[in-house]
Write a protein that binds this ligand. Structure first.
Ligand SMILES: Cc1cc2nc3c(=O)[nH]c(=O)nc-3n(C[C@H](O)[C@H](O)[C@H](O)COP(=O)(O)O)c2cc1C
Length: 193
């Protein structure tokens, strides 16, 4: 199977496949390409025109500081953490060339339900993935412990913001492999009420 076939919009959707962050290599997107991706990702449906999400680019020269921040946060929240766990945090997303942090930035004072604002943030992350793949890269939406850590969230924003995910972007260093896809019969039905 040819993954991320950019021949047509439909072929791209039909063959879209994320890359693994730890297997990504250069080239990654240039800063201008990242800006272009984010302009595409910002075309995301949101009820009430609130744009209840934000993107924070972690530039190349801040990636080491990002990983050090993660390790520090892990040590603070898990004082008993062993060396292996701390090394894993310090290597989070390495060696993927580019990183964008997607934040849910809801407006609590809005009449738009929080749930709808948070769904829009998820959609924005998905659109960022689509933009990256449409530009010839692979992306990977990762969460894990850092996405739930208040300390890490505070490095990028503040309550009630939440980290939707860390989107790593680069070129696959190994051939992509298909993952099992859901049996459509299990997830699609016709309402007969
Ligand atoms: C909200 C969210 C969080 C995810 N977090 C992780 C993660 O922490 N680690 C991981 O290996 N995959 C994670 N994934 C899955 C991958 O991003 C990817 O979607 C998965 O490998 C499926 O590949 P596909 O994008 O080709 O369908 C997450 C996906 C979503 C939607």
């Amino acid at each position: 199977m040819t993954f991320n076939d950019r021949t047509t919009p439909l072929s791209l959707l039909a063959t879209r496949r994320s890359g693994k962050a730890r297997e990504m290599v250069a080239p990654g997107p240039t800063p201008e390409q990242i800006d272009a991706m984010l302009a595409l990702a910002a075309r995301t449906p949101d009820h009430g025109k609130l744009a209840p999400w934000r993107f924070v680019v972690v530039p190349d020269d801040r990636r080491a500081a990002f990983n050090a921040m993660l390790a520090d946060a892990y040590r603070t929240e898990k004082p008993d953490a062993g060396r292996l766990e701390l090394d894993a945090m310090a290597g989070f997303g390495v060696p993927a060339p580019a990183l964008v942090v997607v934040l849910s930035s809801p407006r609590p004072d809005s009449h738009i339900p929080l749930w709808e604002q948070q769904m829009s943030a998820g959609a924005a992350a998905m659109n960022l993935l689509h933009a990256a793949h449409a530009m010839g890269f692979v992306a990977s939406w990762i969460t894990g412990w850092p996405s739930l850590s208040p300390t890490v969230r505070d490095a990028f924003g503040s309550d009630p913001e939440r980290i939707v995910g860390f989107v790593f972007i680069g070129t696959p260093g190994k051939p992509l492999e298909e993952r099992p896809r859901p049996d459509l019969a299990a997830v699609v039905s016709r309402w007969d009420g």
